[in-house]
Write a new protein. Sequence first.
Length: 138
Amino acid sequence: MPPVIRQKRNKRRGAATVEFAIVAPLLFLVILAIFEFGRTFMVIDLLGDAARVGCREGAVQGKSSATITSDVQSRLQAEGVNNASVTVQVKGAVGDPAAANSGDAITVQVTVPVSSIVWSTANFLSGTLSGQSTLEKE
């Protein structure tokens, strides 16, 4: 191999390693953010579904607020969502769906702090996530 080509190759030795060292942290940060935002959207969907199921229980079966709260929280804990707070309202005020009349609006709202659902220590998000459902008592 001619000496000129060998000298050019020696000058570039390690350039790929330095370039990767510069780009890798940004790449890993983007991948981590994708996981966290994906998890957040999944939890938002789980909260909405749990609120709908709890609302349906109160509207059809006439269960008490305590039973609905317990059922919603156990449903979310099975999916790995802890520290959820559940609020059951009848006609816009906190009440018991078992005592509601036919046609009364029953609302179940589920909220969870973002800090209890994230997998990483990087703080991409903050605040609370919530899901809500409203049905009329049958």
